[in-house]
Design a protein around this ligand. Structure first.
Ligand SMILES: [Zn+2]
Length: 149
């Protein structure tokens, strides 16, 4: 998997959806960071990012933290369940039908799209993916940042 520290430009978006925990079955909020206009990159395997991003993400999804991934054999930020299990990025981003891999408009319309109040260019160590961000941006449910923070 491509792994570089890259520079990303606004707009920055938080995609928010829900997924059932594979371990306890509880429905959990899950989030993803995205960057760019029209066809944004969806950023997975985030190994490091500026504090303002982490603060914004955890305001919308408190159960988000850096953990070790056996599958990726590295530490990256991931969505977790209160039971202790975590959602691997691969499952959420790379499996068709996963929370952030909608295959049709109907699935994309269930994702909340929140534009983050973050300006300027930022370096984020992650794997940027293309292909699903545009569908989510076009059909997702727009939520105002002010109603989150
Ligand atoms: Zn759980």
């Amino acid at each position: 998997m491509l792994h570089d520290i890259e520079t990303f430009s606004p707009p920055f978006y938080l995609f928010r959806s829900s997924e059932d925990c594979w371990k306890c079955g509880k429905t959990c909020r899950v989030v993803a960071l995205a960057s760019g206009k029209e066809e944004p990159f969806v950023l997975s395997d985030i190994r490091s990012m500026p504090d303002e991003f982490l603060l914004a993400i955890t305001a919308a999804q408190p159960n988000y933290e850096r953990r070790h991934s056996k599958m990726a054999d590295t530490e990256y930020f991931m969505n977790t369940c209160p039971c202790g299990a975590h959602f691997g990025d691969f499952y959420l981003y790379c499996e068709p039908g996963g929370a952030f891999f909608p295959t049709e408009e109907d699935e994309a319309s269930r994702v909340e799209v929140i534009e983050l109040p973050i300006e300027g260019e930022h370096s984020i160590d992650c794997s940027p993916g293309m292909g699903t961000g545009g569908l989510i941006l076009e059909h997702g449910k727009r939520i105002d940042w002010g109603s989150i923070a």
